[in-house]
Ligand binder design. Structure first.
Ligand code: ZN
Length: 281
């Protein structure tokens, strides 16, 4: 059975959102000389073919962070750029096939996407590091990065400054994903909220999940909600869990783990269950 895994939406001139069956988004940006693919999905379909149908320019692939639903498709490209803090071996795990299989959403399964669609050996993919402030020159179009460690330690936001487009990855999503595998303590988001507000000012925002849209109003609401959560808890709870504030709402809420609010001497281990998060919906 043939599945149409990827849906394509032109979101700006020479800029496309590539949606992996409602599960996650990648973004393709073309300049005069190069193309940049920001994130590369779980890789359940022929993402390279989709990109090649849109452009034949030399391609650079860079990911906002190394979760399997953003870097997993890297095996199709041979070499991808990954935030330096997430290039170590421990981040290869979530990109192995056995774990990427856990990421299939219900909607994907209903569309006929099965574990057999999850292919590729990411251990053979070359992960090159990039740092805060890295610049990708596309020819007449420049994309600059800024590290915002919160959702993950290397979480990075990409800025197309001339066109005022911002690609957030999972740094901000409608359900703020601070309850997922290897998320930093919730306080990290709060600590970086002023910088985030400043960085995002004047940009149109696109994120790694849903229809990709994030409003500035939502960002400010989430910053306020995170502060309210922290004000309610004087310390980390003993037990891991997934909670939502003010309540679960796919259009806007904060996902958090009461045991991962503040930096702790020793982070408790993560389970498959904690990784296999709400973002699958
Ligand atoms: Zn993520």
């Amino acid at each position: 059975m043939k599945q149409d895994v990827y849906q394509i939406e032109e979101i700006a001139p020479r800029t496309w959102r590539i949606d992996e069956c409602g599960r996650d988004n990648c973004y393709l940006l073309c300049g005069d000389q190069r193309a940049l693919l920001i994130d590369c999905s779980i890789g359940t379909g022929d993402l390279m073919g989709v990109v090649r149908a849109l452009t034949d320019l030399p391609l650079t692939v860079a990911v906002t962070h190394a979760h399997g639903d953003h870097a997993g498709g890297g095996y199709q490209f041979g070499t991808i750029y990954v935030p330096r803090a997430e290039t170590d071996r421990s981040w290869r795990g979530p990109n192995m096939r056995v774990f990427r299989k856990q990421l299939l959403s219900n909607r994907m399964k209903k569309s006929g996407i099965t574990k057999k669609n999850v292919r590729g050996n990411n251990l053979k993919t070359n992960w090159l590091p990039f740092d805060d402030g890295a610049v990708f020159e596309l020819g007449g179009r420049t994309v600059r990065t800024a590290a915002v460690p919160a959702h993950t330690i290397g979480g990075t936001v990409f800025f197309d400054e001339a066109n005022r487009l911002c690609f957030l990855g999972d740094t901000v999503c409608p359900v703020l994903p601070m309850h997922t595998y290897r998320a930093l303590p919730l306080q990290s988001f709060s600590d970086r909220s002023d910088r985030l507000t400043e960085l995002l000012d004047g940009y149109t925002l696109f994120c790694g999940h849903g229809d990709g849209r994030v409003t500035h109003e939502l960002v400010q609401k989430q910053i306020a909600w995170v502060r309210e959560i922290l004000a309610q808890y004087p310390a980390n709870a003993n037990k891991h869990g997934k909670k939502y504030y003010p309540a679960f709402d796919p259009d806007g809420c904060v996902g958090y783990d009461p045991a991962n609010l503040y930096p702790a001497a020793k982070q408790k281990g993560w389970t498959i269950a904690s990784w296999n998060s709400i973002l699958h919906g």
